[in-house]
Design a protein around this ligand. Sequence first.
Ligand SMILES: [Zn+2]
Length: 98
Amino acid sequence: MKCPKCDSKIPAISLIKITRWTDISCGQCKSKLNRNLNGQFWVMNILGSGVLPLLLILPFVFVNFFLALILTILFVIGFYFLDYKTTKLIISKRSGVE
Ligand SMILES: [Zn+2]
């Protein structure tokens, strides 16, 4: 993730803090940023919250519960970073500076 204004890197932890109603601030230029609700956002949401966990992890629950648990943790971490790498930030519409 990069700031769309000054191109500085935004730390991965900031992704958790972005919601529809809350923005994050760029560490460099203090711009209010939010994520672009584009195709990437919806695809990641649909895949990450249902389709992929069901396909990848559910079969293992019947084989080995512990293995399914490990896979779930790995999936969440991996998916978070995939989301982080592909998210495009935009200047928040609430910032008042357009
Ligand atoms: Zn910036």
